[in-house]
Design a protein around this ligand. Structure first.
Ligand SMILES: Cn1cc(-c2ccnc(-n3ncc4cc(C(C)(C)C)cc(F)c4c3=O)c2CO)cc(Nc2ccncn2)c1=O
Length: 266
């Protein structure tokens, strides 16, 4: 529907924010709002497929998801116009703020993302690549989920194949690594690793091991250890999220409830 169609002349680009997965991302303005504008490079995403999918992504609206405002498709390359997140990628934010984030701030980052993921879970939408690098930080330090569901448009098989060099093995559940079986419960596994990243202030999970060593250690039943800053109560939620069988893991609705209870404690 052309409801989401944005006229090219309404979007003003200013500075480049970085080169994303599919092309360049610019800071810009639209209707007096700051926006992030993604240009889609030929060959990096199937444009036709994306236009249909854009309708789905725009129906997913929640305060903890980075909002897609609309698309410019009247000429190529197409533009995707997103809500602007002032403080950029969460991994870099955590590393820049190392040693300066309170326990409350760390817990609330996990709570923010569990809220967004509980909404995706209730909408039967699977993220497929939940990780701190794919979350963004707003001007007032709220963490939101970005690029949900976009993995299906990546044409680079180094990323999509579980043997590929760019496959997110460290965030993937055993059934995803072995069988490519994605579900909200495999997103829950990734969320456990996300919480580990937050309490490790942006460190890389299993950072001294290769992808194949990570797969071996998981198969041997080993899991990431409790980060120094992480309370035992939160570490128990991580361990629960890393149960071998998907059905033994909590739902996001339950994780949200548990994290909200911990957030109420003095
Ligand atoms: C909305 N938005 C997007 C970005 C931004 C910039 C560059 N690359 C990306 N990324 N990053 C990661 C990414 C990942 C994927 C997977 C399919 C899940 C693999 C698909 C993407 F399309 C992207 C993308 O576009 C983003 C994330 O979409 C940065 C913002 N903000 C700032 C602010 C300050 N400094 C830097 N960025 C911002 O507000």
């Amino acid at each position: 529907s052309d409801k989401w169609e944005i006229h090219p002349d309404e979007v003003k680009l200013s500075v480049e924010l970085g080169s994303g997965q599919f092309g360049l991302v610019w800071k810009g303005s639209w209707q007096d709002m700051e926006v992030a504008v993604k240009t889609v490079r030929e060959g990096f995403m199937s444009e036709e497929e994306f236009k249909e999918e854009a309708q789905v992504m725009m129906k997913l609206s929640h305060n903890r998801l980075v909002q897609l405002y609309g698309v410019v498709t009247q000429r190529s390359p197409i533009y995707l116009v997103f809500e602007f997140m002032e403080n950029g990628c969460l991994t870099e934010f955590l590393r820049a703020k190392k040693g300066k984030l309170s326990q409350k701030a760390l817990l609330e980052m996990c709570l923010d993302v569990s809220e967004g993921m509980a909404y995706l879970e209730s909408s039967n939408f699977i993220h497929r690549d939940l990780a701190a690098r794919n979350c963004l930080v707003s001007e007032n330090s709220v963490v939101k989920i970005a690029d949900f569901g976009m993995t299906r448009f990546v044409l680079d098989d180094q990323y999509t194949s579980s043997h590929g060099s760019k496959f997110p093995v460290r965030w993937s559940s055993p059934e995803v690594i072995k069988f490519g079986k994605y579900s909200s419960k495999s997103d829950v596994w990734s969320f456990g690793v996300f919480m580990w990243e937050v309490y490790s202030e942006g460190r890389t999970p299993y950072d001294n091991r290769s992808n194949s060593e990570v797969v071996e250690t998981l198969n041997a039943g080993h899991r990431l250890l409790k980060p120094r800053l992480c309370p035992q109560s939160v570490y128990e939620l991580m361990q629960w999220s890393w149960k071998e069988k998907p059905e033994d893991r909590p739902s996001f609705a339950l994780l949200l409830h548990e994290l909200a209870c911990l957030d109420q404690e003095p």
